[in-house]
Write a protein that binds this ligand. Structure first.
Ligand code: DHB
Ligand code: MG
Length: 219
């Protein structure tokens, strides 16, 4: 009997082979020599479908890494769309820019090197919003602050998506000493209390283990 993890991985592979056609630019982003914290192919396509479903033309992403989810979202906004993606690490940004060029998204996607906090404040100061979809996938300890600022860059109908909100189940541990768990819990406290959004979250399993996504619609 395969372990639960082996079955999650096998099902991820099965569904990915059927539903996510190979794409050389996406493959190259996954093969970049950076930490393997990209979203899975099925999650990448979920981001793409969500962006298409809300007809997103302006997308903001916090946490670029190699640009794998960036490419999915950039493909969704189309040639007349625009996207800003933020990463604090200049090496991530350099790798992502090359991957976005390969995906022919270099003209659509701007990669900014900054902390998510500084970048959000800058975008607000520049009146760069509203964005139609905002993907929060940076350092999880600050997730609540990112949500608060993301709301300043939103309009009614903006979809806010946050990655890694279950942390292998640790999110249910109120007494956790893990700063990322406490950050995600503050994020959920804010979501629950914030009258400007209605939200849900789903747990996910797959090749990336056990985690989850939060979705919030701005009212
Ligand atoms: C980590 C970050 C991510 O965004 C992710 O999807 C998985 C893991 C991490 O920092 O450990
Ligand atoms: Mg993530």
């Amino acid at each position: 009997m395969p372990s639960a993890d082996e079955r999650w991985t096998a099902v991820d592979r099965y569904l990915t082979e059927l539903l996510v056609p190979p794409d050389p630019a996406l493959r190259a982003a996954l093969d970049s020599d950076l930490p393997p914290h990209d979203v899975s192919p099925l999650e990448g396509k979920l981001l793409y479908l969500l962006a298409r479903a809300v007809e997103a033309r302006a997308v903001l992403e916090l946490g670029t890494l190699a640009g794998y989810s960036t490419i999915w979202l950039g493909q969704a906004v189309g040639p007349r769309g625009r996207m800003v993606t933020i990463d604090i690490d200049p090496q991530h940004a350099e790798v992502a820019r090359a991957n976005l060029e390969r995906a022919e998204l270099g003209d659509i996607v701007e990669v900014r090197v900054a902390s998510a906090l500084d970048a959000l404040r800058g975008l607000i100061a520049d009146s760069a919003g509203p964005f139609d979809l905002i993907f929060i996938d940076a350092d999880k300890a600050n997730n609540a602050v990112y949500l608060e600022l993301a709301l300043e860059l939103s309009r009614p109908g903006t979809l806010i998506v946050a990655d890694n909100v279950v942390r292998a189940g640790a999110v249910a541990e109120a007494e956790s000493e893990d700063a990322t768990v406490q950050g995600v819990r503050r994020f959920f406290d804010l979501l629950a209390a914030e009258p400007r959004v209605t939200a849900t979250a789903i747990q996910t399993v797959g090749a990336k283990g056990y985690d989850g996504l939060a979705l919030a619609l701005v009212l």
